[in-house]
Design a protein around this ligand. Structure first.
Ligand code: SF4
Length: 346
């Protein structure tokens, strides 16, 4: 089903027939000194399958580095704004492809109207981002999901009355049930695209479980046009989890599928450390294949025969297989580069 309406964010469409997009949020303050590092990280995330990146835009000092990042980023850049409408204007003037605001914490209506006008003037989109913890008083008698939906619909009406339609909505809660219910209620009432995510979802394992349950159920029913698996952890893990969720649901076809054994008492190859070391490189490959990282020589190659490539070892000796046949022997230090070389030599 997915949303009937769509929004444009730089060269990407959100909603309608567009693929579901993966988002993450940069986790450090902006500074002129860190621009190169940030752009490098965005490039890595983009190769791993991230489609949109968001930054907290908190002061006028952010304009310079943010503008540079917008200019150099290969993927659309979003400014996250709280309270101060002038930061949204600055971010849009600096090149933001989208701003995320909660009109309820921007203050008087004319301030939101100024932001909407600036977004229209700069060809940018707006995400109306509502959280269950910050809803207008007048909806306080409603359950959180209904209150978020009513509030979002009111803002959408307002935006439309100002001639603005390039809008995405997110209704988030740290409660999985509230998140799911709000997204479903909204989809029944409105066809604007939705960004979905469980907010403050927790540390990586906990977040992955909670987000997969909530977002997987919504996406399976055609609800959700972009997603973030928010984590108290590494942003590369956020992207990995979101991409893997889409792949598991069949909503993203291309890319490397990593298979790794759960390990047992027979393990002689540190598959956990190796998977961590090589994951970003494997996920960045523009190839449609599977790679098995197995903990031992006894069962590993056999168990991984159905994978396109497999790697395992004993002690410092490491073996690389293609479709179950040994193609290279190497050692622990060179294993990462050798596996990449074998795969890329195809
Ligand atoms: S591949 Fe080896 S270490 Fe991994 S689960 Fe199978 S038997 Fe255990």
């Amino acid at each position: 089903m997915f949303s009937a309406k769509s929004a444009r964010v730089r060269d990407r469409m959100i909603g309608a027939d567009a693929p579901v997009l993966v988002q993450t949020m940069y986790d450090k303050p902006l500074s002129a000194e860190s621009v190169d590092e940030v752009v490098g990280e965005i490039n890595r995330l983009s190769l791993m399958g991230c489609d949109i990146i968001r930054f907290a835009f908190v002061s006028g000092d952010d304009s310079g580095p943010f503008s540079e990042i917008c200019r150099r980023s290969p993927i659309p850049v979003v400014a996250d704004i709280h309270f101060d409408w002038r930061m949204a204007i600055l971010a849009l003037q600096a090149g933001a492809d989208k701003v995320r605001i909660n009109p309820g914490n921007i203050g008087q209506e004319w301030k939101t109207k100024e932001v909407v006008k600036a977004a229209a003037d700069n060809g940018a989109a707006i995400r109306i981002g509502l959280n269950s913890g910050s809803l207008p008083e007048k909806f306080s008698s409603l359950p959180h999901p209904a209150a978020m939906v009513e509030s979002a619909l009111e803002y959408i009406d307002k935006f439309e009355s100002w001639g603005f339609h390039n809008t995405v909505v997110s209704l988030k809660s740290s409660s999985v049930d509230e998140t799911v219910e709000a997204a479903r209620l909204f989809a029944e009432r409105c066809s604007y695209p939705q960004h979905i995510g469980v907010t403050e979802a927790g540390s990586p394992v906990i977040s992955a479980v909670r987000s997969t349950w909530a977002l997987g159920n919504l996406l399976r029913d055609g609800i959700g046009d972009t997603l973030r698996v928010s984590m108290t952890g590494d942003i590369e893990d956020e992207v990995t989890a979101a991409v893997e969720l889409l792949r598991t649901l069949g909503l993203r076809k291309k890319g490397v599928r990593i298979i790794s054994c759960p390990r047992c008492g027979r393990a002689q190859f540190d598959s956990i450390a190796f998977e961590k070391r090589i994951r970003a490189r494997l996920l960045s490959l523009d190839k449609d294949l599977s790679v098995a990282i197995m903990g031992c020589h006894v069962n590993g190659p056999g168990e991984a025969r159905s994978a396109d490539y497999a790697i395992t070892g004993y002690g410092r000796d490491v073996c690389i297989y293609r479709h179950g046949s040994l193609v290279r022997k190497t050692d622990w230090e060179r294993a990462e580069d050798d596996l990449m070389e074998v795969i890329q030599g195809e």
